[in-house]
Design a protein around this ligand. Structure first.
Ligand SMILES: CC(C)(COP(=O)(O)OP(=O)(O)OC[C@H]1O[C@@H](n2cnc3c(N)ncnc32)[C@H](O)[C@@H]1OP(=O)(O)O)[C@@H](O)C(=O)NCCC(=O)NCCS
Length: 157
């Protein structure tokens, strides 16, 4: 369960931990793009939101999103391997969605690796729809599935 898990805005000191989680959970088999330096640079841009989930002081999840005028791009989301299926991912995405609604933006877009069935099931459960495929999107190694959610449509989740 995620009862003892607290969500909040990331601090710059979280960048190495987030980058490591991205490398291990999201980018295996691909060149490591979300290095600590890049995550920190992303955090410093005002249009980006980075939220972390902590259990005591341990980082157990994170989400990164970029806010544009018409849509929010969910850049990355990850939950520590030993904490999956405890509702942390659902809480992280809810934070991003609530922030989007407050900002007056009602469309969330993202890409997911075609072979990542776990994440595709997660997004589907939360009311996200698959809209297309981008061949070779991930460094020519793997296709991306394009996924979207209109926040004005109530999710069944
Ligand atoms: C995708 C991910 C973020 C989901 O986080 P999580 O905390 O495990 O998800 P939750 O516990 O909030 O799950 C919410 C619902 O999504 C669905 N779901 C989650 N993982 C699933 C899986 N492996 N298979 C099928 N359904 C799944 C379930 O319906 C779940 O509800 P339930 O447990 O009550 O049945 C997590 O699996 C993860 O970090 N994966 C590796 C990184 C990754 O792939 N990130 C996404 C691409 S950027």
């Amino acid at each position: 369960m995620s009862d003892s898990v607290v969500l909040g805005p990331a601090k710059i000191g979280d960048a190495p931990g987030i980058a490591n989680m991205s490398r291990l959970l999201i980018e295996p088999g691909l060149p490591w793009r979300w290095t600590p330096r890049r995550v920190a640079a992303h955090m410093r841009e005002r249009e980006n939101l980075v939220v972390v989930a902590r259990d005591d002081r341990t980082l157990v999840g994170f989400a990164m999103a970029q806010f544009n005028a018409e849509s929010v791009h969910l850049t990355l989301i990850g939950v520590a391997a030993d904490r999956k299926r405890g509702g942390i991912g659902r809480r992280l995405i809810a934070w991003v969605e609530e922030s989007a609604v407050i900002a007056g933006v009602f469309r969330i877009n993202l890409e997911v690796r075609a072979g990542n069935q776990e994440a595709r099931s997660f997004y589907a459960r939360l009311g996200y729809k698959e809209t297309g495929r981008a061949p070779g999107y991930y460094s020519g190694v793997e296709d991306a599935i394009k996924v979207t959610r209109d926040l004005r449509v109530t999710s069944q989740a």
